[in-house]
Design a protein around this ligand. Sequence first.
Ligand code: NCC
Length: 281
Amino acid sequence: RSTQSPREMLCELKDQAQLRTLDGEEQPFSQLGWSRLVPEVALEELHGRRGHEGFKSCAVVTSAGSILHSGLGKEIDSHDAVLRFNAAPTEGYETDVGSKTTIRIINSQILTDPKHKFNTSSLYKNISLVAWDPAPYAVNLDEWYASPDYNLFSPYAEHRMQNPAQPFYILHPKYVWQLWDIIQGNTKETIQPNPPSSGFIGILLMMALCEEVHVYEYIPSLRKTDLCHYYERYYDSACTFGAYHPLLYEKSLIQRINRGPERDLRNKGCVTLPGFSTVNC
Ligand code: NCC
Protein backbone atom coordinates (compact mmCIF):
# COMPACT_ATOMS: atom_id res chain seq x y z
CA ARG A 1 0.00 0.00 0.00
CA SER A 2 2.68 2.53 0.86
CA THR A 3 4.05 2.28 -2.66
CA GLN A 4 1.01 4.15 -4.02
CA SER A 5 1.82 7.11 -6.23
CA PRO A 6 0.77 10.59 -5.03
CA ARG A 7 -2.00 10.50 -7.63
CA GLU A 8 -3.34 7.17 -6.39
CA MET A 9 -3.24 8.47 -2.83
CA LEU A 10 -5.20 11.57 -3.82
CA CYS A 11 -7.80 9.42 -5.54
CA GLU A 12 -8.06 7.20 -2.48
CA LEU A 13 -8.52 10.27 -0.29
CA LYS A 14 -11.12 11.76 -2.61
CA ASP A 15 -13.06 8.49 -2.67
CA GLN A 16 -12.75 7.51 1.00
CA ALA A 17 -12.54 10.77 2.90
CA GLN A 18 -15.98 12.10 2.15
CA LEU A 19 -16.82 14.89 4.49
CA ARG A 20 -19.55 13.96 6.92
CA THR A 21 -21.12 15.85 9.83
CA LEU A 22 -23.91 14.84 12.22
CA ASP A 23 -27.18 15.50 10.41
CA GLY A 24 -29.44 14.60 13.32
CA GLU A 25 -31.12 11.80 11.35
CA GLU A 26 -29.51 8.94 13.30
CA GLN A 27 -30.27 7.71 16.80
CA PRO A 28 -29.90 8.94 19.47
CA PHE A 29 -29.81 12.36 17.81
CA SER A 30 -33.02 12.00 15.81
CA GLN A 31 -34.97 11.32 18.98
CA LEU A 32 -33.49 14.43 20.54
CA GLY A 33 -34.74 16.58 17.66
CA TRP A 34 -31.26 17.25 16.28
CA SER A 35 -32.38 17.21 12.65
CA ARG A 36 -33.86 20.64 13.46
CA LEU A 37 -30.98 21.63 15.72
CA VAL A 38 -28.14 21.23 13.20
CA PRO A 39 -27.76 23.98 10.56
CA GLU A 40 -30.16 23.71 7.68
CA VAL A 41 -27.39 24.13 5.11
CA ALA A 42 -24.77 21.37 5.01
CA LEU A 43 -21.13 22.37 5.51
CA GLU A 44 -20.27 21.27 1.96
CA GLU A 45 -22.96 23.59 0.59
CA LEU A 46 -22.37 26.51 2.88
CA HIS A 47 -19.68 28.14 0.80
CA GLY A 48 -20.82 27.21 -2.69
CA ARG A 49 -21.42 30.21 -4.89
CA ARG A 50 -23.30 30.23 -8.17
CA GLY A 51 -21.07 28.79 -10.86
CA HIS A 52 -18.41 27.92 -8.30
CA GLU A 53 -17.87 24.90 -6.18
CA GLY A 54 -16.72 26.31 -2.92
CA PHE A 55 -13.60 28.40 -2.41
CA LYS A 56 -10.84 28.83 -4.94
CA SER A 57 -7.80 29.18 -2.73
CA CYS A 58 -7.64 28.30 0.95
CA ALA A 59 -5.17 28.49 3.82
CA VAL A 60 -4.84 26.06 6.71
CA VAL A 61 -2.86 27.71 9.52
CA THR A 62 -1.52 25.31 12.13
CA SER A 63 -0.75 26.54 15.62
CA ALA A 64 2.92 25.54 15.55
CA GLY A 65 5.51 27.78 17.21
CA SER A 66 7.54 27.76 14.00
CA ILE A 67 5.11 30.21 12.36
CA LEU A 68 6.42 32.95 14.69
CA HIS A 69 8.59 35.50 12.82
CA SER A 70 7.46 34.04 9.49
CA GLY A 71 5.86 37.23 8.20
CA LEU A 72 3.29 35.03 6.43
CA GLY A 73 0.25 37.04 7.56
CA LYS A 74 -0.35 38.92 4.28
CA GLU A 75 -0.02 35.77 2.20
CA ILE A 76 -2.39 33.86 4.49
CA ASP A 77 -5.00 36.64 4.35
CA SER A 78 -4.84 36.71 0.55
CA HIS A 79 -6.60 33.34 0.35
CA ASP A 80 -10.38 33.17 -0.06
CA ALA A 81 -10.84 31.21 3.15
CA VAL A 82 -8.67 30.64 6.20
CA LEU A 83 -8.98 27.69 8.59
CA ARG A 84 -7.59 27.88 12.14
CA PHE A 85 -7.55 25.55 15.12
CA ASN A 86 -8.86 25.49 18.66
CA ALA A 87 -7.92 28.57 20.66
CA ALA A 88 -5.25 29.90 18.27
CA PRO A 89 -5.55 33.71 18.26
CA THR A 90 -4.85 36.21 15.47
CA GLU A 91 -4.85 39.34 17.64
CA GLY A 92 -1.28 40.39 18.33
CA TYR A 93 0.12 37.90 15.79
CA GLU A 94 -1.29 39.35 12.53
CA THR A 95 2.10 39.80 10.86
CA ASP A 96 2.86 36.09 11.15
CA VAL A 97 -0.54 34.38 11.01
CA GLY A 98 -2.87 36.92 9.36
CA SER A 99 -6.18 38.20 10.67
CA LYS A 100 -8.81 36.46 8.56
CA THR A 101 -10.65 33.43 9.95
CA THR A 102 -13.38 31.68 7.97
CA ILE A 103 -13.63 28.34 9.75
CA ARG A 104 -12.31 27.14 13.09
CA ILE A 105 -11.96 23.46 13.96
CA ILE A 106 -12.31 22.89 17.68
CA ASN A 107 -11.82 19.68 19.62
CA SER A 108 -14.30 18.83 22.36
CA GLN A 109 -12.03 20.24 25.08
CA ILE A 110 -12.72 23.75 23.80
CA LEU A 111 -16.44 23.32 24.42
CA THR A 112 -16.05 21.84 27.89
CA ASP A 113 -13.02 23.42 29.58
CA PRO A 114 -14.16 26.70 31.19
CA LYS A 115 -10.71 28.25 30.58
CA HIS A 116 -11.59 28.57 26.88
CA LYS A 117 -14.73 30.67 27.58
CA PHE A 118 -16.39 29.16 24.53
CA ASN A 119 -19.64 31.10 24.94
CA THR A 120 -18.13 34.53 25.34
CA SER A 121 -14.71 34.58 23.65
CA SER A 122 -14.57 36.51 20.37
CA LEU A 123 -12.40 33.69 18.92
CA TYR A 124 -15.55 31.67 18.27
CA LYS A 125 -17.82 34.41 16.89
CA ASN A 126 -18.64 35.47 13.30
CA ILE A 127 -17.07 32.38 11.74
CA SER A 128 -18.09 28.81 10.94
CA LEU A 129 -17.34 26.26 13.65
CA VAL A 130 -16.60 22.56 13.25
CA ALA A 131 -16.26 20.49 16.45
CA TRP A 132 -15.13 16.90 16.96
CA ASP A 133 -14.59 14.41 19.75
CA PRO A 134 -12.54 11.18 19.75
CA ALA A 135 -15.31 8.58 19.80
CA PRO A 136 -14.33 4.90 20.16
CA TYR A 137 -13.23 3.28 16.91
CA ALA A 138 -16.24 0.99 16.55
CA VAL A 139 -18.57 3.94 16.50
CA ASN A 140 -21.81 3.34 18.28
CA LEU A 141 -23.54 6.71 18.44
CA ASP A 142 -25.58 5.77 21.52
CA GLU A 143 -22.45 4.87 23.45
CA TRP A 144 -20.64 7.94 22.22
CA TYR A 145 -23.53 10.17 23.24
CA ALA A 146 -23.58 8.55 26.68
CA SER A 147 -19.83 8.94 27.22
CA PRO A 148 -17.93 11.24 24.90
CA ASP A 149 -14.26 11.97 25.62
CA TYR A 150 -15.38 15.48 26.65
CA ASN A 151 -19.09 16.24 26.72
CA LEU A 152 -19.53 18.47 23.71
CA PHE A 153 -23.20 17.64 23.14
CA SER A 154 -24.89 19.90 25.69
CA PRO A 155 -22.71 22.95 24.97
CA TYR A 156 -23.31 22.35 21.25
CA ALA A 157 -27.09 22.19 21.64
CA GLU A 158 -27.12 25.25 23.88
CA HIS A 159 -24.94 27.23 21.49
CA ARG A 160 -27.10 26.25 18.51
CA MET A 161 -30.23 27.47 20.28
CA GLN A 162 -28.63 30.74 21.28
CA ASN A 163 -26.86 31.38 17.94
CA PRO A 164 -29.05 29.75 15.27
CA ALA A 165 -27.54 31.86 12.48
CA GLN A 166 -23.96 30.74 13.12
CA PRO A 167 -22.90 27.70 11.05
CA PHE A 168 -21.76 25.13 13.62
CA TYR A 169 -21.26 21.43 12.91
CA ILE A 170 -20.06 18.30 14.67
CA LEU A 171 -17.96 15.95 12.56
CA HIS A 172 -19.30 12.42 12.27
CA PRO A 173 -16.95 10.05 14.16
CA LYS A 174 -17.02 7.77 11.13
CA TYR A 175 -15.36 10.52 9.12
CA VAL A 176 -12.64 10.97 11.73
CA TRP A 177 -11.89 7.22 11.86
CA GLN A 178 -12.06 6.95 8.09
CA LEU A 179 -9.18 9.43 7.98
CA TRP A 180 -7.29 7.29 10.51
CA ASP A 181 -7.87 4.20 8.33
CA ILE A 182 -6.35 6.01 5.37
CA ILE A 183 -3.29 7.03 7.40
CA GLN A 184 -2.80 3.46 8.66
CA GLY A 185 -3.38 2.07 5.17
CA ASN A 186 -0.52 4.19 3.87
CA THR A 187 1.90 3.45 6.72
CA LYS A 188 4.08 0.34 7.11
CA GLU A 189 4.20 0.50 10.90
CA THR A 190 1.20 -0.15 13.13
CA ILE A 191 0.14 3.26 14.35
CA GLN A 192 -1.54 4.15 17.63
CA PRO A 193 -5.34 3.76 17.50
CA ASN A 194 -6.01 7.40 18.31
CA PRO A 195 -7.73 9.81 15.95
CA PRO A 196 -5.70 12.10 13.69
CA SER A 197 -4.91 15.61 14.94
CA SER A 198 -7.24 18.52 14.26
CA GLY A 199 -4.58 19.61 11.78
CA PHE A 200 -4.98 16.56 9.56
CA ILE A 201 -8.77 16.71 9.86
CA GLY A 202 -8.69 20.38 8.88
CA ILE A 203 -6.52 19.77 5.82
CA LEU A 204 -8.85 17.05 4.51
CA LEU A 205 -11.89 19.19 5.29
CA MET A 206 -10.48 22.06 3.22
CA MET A 207 -9.60 19.70 0.36
CA ALA A 208 -13.34 18.97 0.23
CA LEU A 209 -14.29 22.67 0.22
CA CYS A 210 -11.57 24.38 -1.85
CA GLU A 211 -9.94 24.12 -5.27
CA GLU A 212 -6.46 24.59 -3.82
CA VAL A 213 -5.24 24.26 -0.25
CA HIS A 214 -2.11 25.90 1.22
CA VAL A 215 -1.09 24.47 4.57
CA TYR A 216 1.26 26.53 6.76
CA GLU A 217 3.72 25.03 9.28
CA TYR A 218 2.22 21.55 9.44
CA ILE A 219 5.42 20.21 7.93
CA PRO A 220 7.90 22.44 9.77
CA SER A 221 9.97 24.98 7.83
CA LEU A 222 13.59 25.91 8.61
CA ARG A 223 12.11 27.81 11.58
CA LYS A 224 11.33 24.44 13.21
CA THR A 225 11.32 24.84 16.99
CA ASP A 226 10.26 23.04 20.17
CA LEU A 227 7.96 25.96 20.94
CA CYS A 228 4.60 24.18 20.95
CA HIS A 229 2.27 27.03 19.92
CA TYR A 230 3.03 30.46 18.49
CA TYR A 231 0.81 32.00 21.16
CA GLU A 232 2.19 30.30 24.32
CA ARG A 233 5.56 29.96 26.00
CA TYR A 234 5.45 26.21 26.30
CA TYR A 235 8.11 23.93 24.81
CA ASP A 236 7.52 20.31 23.81
CA SER A 237 8.66 18.62 20.62
CA ALA A 238 5.73 16.17 20.93
CA CYS A 239 3.48 19.03 19.73
CA THR A 240 5.18 18.83 16.35
CA PHE A 241 5.99 15.12 16.14
CA GLY A 242 3.16 13.60 18.13
CA ALA A 243 2.36 11.56 21.20
CA TYR A 244 -1.38 10.91 21.39
CA HIS A 245 -2.08 11.73 17.74
CA PRO A 246 -0.30 9.85 14.92
CA LEU A 247 1.25 13.17 13.85
CA LEU A 248 4.42 11.84 12.27
CA TYR A 249 2.45 9.52 9.98
CA GLU A 250 -0.16 12.12 9.11
CA LYS A 251 2.56 14.53 8.17
CA SER A 252 4.45 12.07 6.04
CA LEU A 253 1.25 11.30 4.12
CA ILE A 254 0.62 15.01 3.48
CA GLN A 255 4.24 15.54 2.46
CA ARG A 256 3.91 12.78 -0.12
CA ILE A 257 1.00 14.52 -1.87
CA ASN A 258 2.57 17.99 -1.73
CA ARG A 259 2.51 19.69 -5.13
CA GLY A 260 4.30 22.87 -4.12
CA PRO A 261 7.98 23.62 -4.63
CA GLU A 262 10.60 22.43 -2.13
CA ARG A 263 11.61 26.03 -1.37
CA ASP A 264 8.08 26.85 -0.13
CA LEU A 265 8.36 23.98 2.30
CA ARG A 266 11.74 25.10 3.55
CA ASN A 267 11.03 28.83 3.78
CA LYS A 268 7.35 28.98 4.57
CA GLY A 269 6.55 25.52 5.87
CA CYS A 270 3.99 25.63 3.06
CA VAL A 271 2.49 22.57 1.40
CA THR A 272 0.18 23.00 -1.63
CA LEU A 273 -2.56 20.45 -2.22
CA PRO A 274 -5.27 20.15 -4.85
CA GLY A 275 -8.92 20.31 -3.81
CA PHE A 276 -10.89 17.13 -4.51
CA SER A 277 -13.05 18.89 -7.11
CA THR A 278 -9.94 19.33 -9.29
CA VAL A 279 -8.71 15.72 -8.98
CA ASN A 280 -9.97 13.47 -11.78
CA CYS A 281 -9.76 9.81 -10.89
O1 NCC B 1 -2.23 22.01 19.75
P1 NCC B 1 -3.36 22.07 18.82
O2 NCC B 1 -3.92 20.57 18.60
O3 NCC B 1 -4.50 22.99 19.15
O4 NCC B 1 -2.81 22.47 17.38
C1 NCC B 1 -3.64 22.48 16.22
C2 NCC B 1 -2.99 21.67 15.12
O5 NCC B 1 -1.77 22.29 14.69
C3 NCC B 1 -0.79 21.31 14.38
N1 NCC B 1 0.43 21.58 15.17
C4 NCC B 1 0.36 22.22 16.37
C5 NCC B 1 1.53 22.49 17.08
C6 NCC B 1 2.76 22.09 16.55
N2 NCC B 1 3.94 22.37 17.18
N3 NCC B 1 2.81 21.43 15.37
C7 NCC B 1 1.68 21.18 14.68
O6 NCC B 1 1.74 20.58 13.59
C8 NCC B 1 -1.41 19.94 14.66
O7 NCC B 1 -1.86 19.39 13.43
C9 NCC B 1 -2.59 20.28 15.55
O8 NCC B 1 -3.67 19.38 15.36
C10 NCC B 1 -5.72 19.10 18.38
O9 NCC B 1 -5.28 18.46 17.40
O10 NCC B 1 -6.93 19.35 18.56
C11 NCC B 1 -4.68 19.66 19.38
O11 NCC B 1 -5.36 20.28 20.49
C12 NCC B 1 -4.60 20.51 21.69
C13 NCC B 1 -5.52 21.20 22.74
O12 NCC B 1 -6.58 20.34 23.10
C14 NCC B 1 -6.14 22.49 22.14
O13 NCC B 1 -5.11 23.37 21.72
C15 NCC B 1 -7.01 23.21 23.14
O14 NCC B 1 -6.25 23.71 24.21
C16 NCC B 1 -4.01 19.22 22.21
N4 NCC B 1 -3.23 19.48 23.42
C17 NCC B 1 -3.57 18.96 24.59
O15 NCC B 1 -4.57 18.28 24.77
C18 NCC B 1 -2.66 19.30 25.75
C19 NCC B 1 -3.07 18.67 21.13
O16 NCC B 1 -2.53 17.42 21.56
C20 NCC B 1 -3.80 18.47 19.82
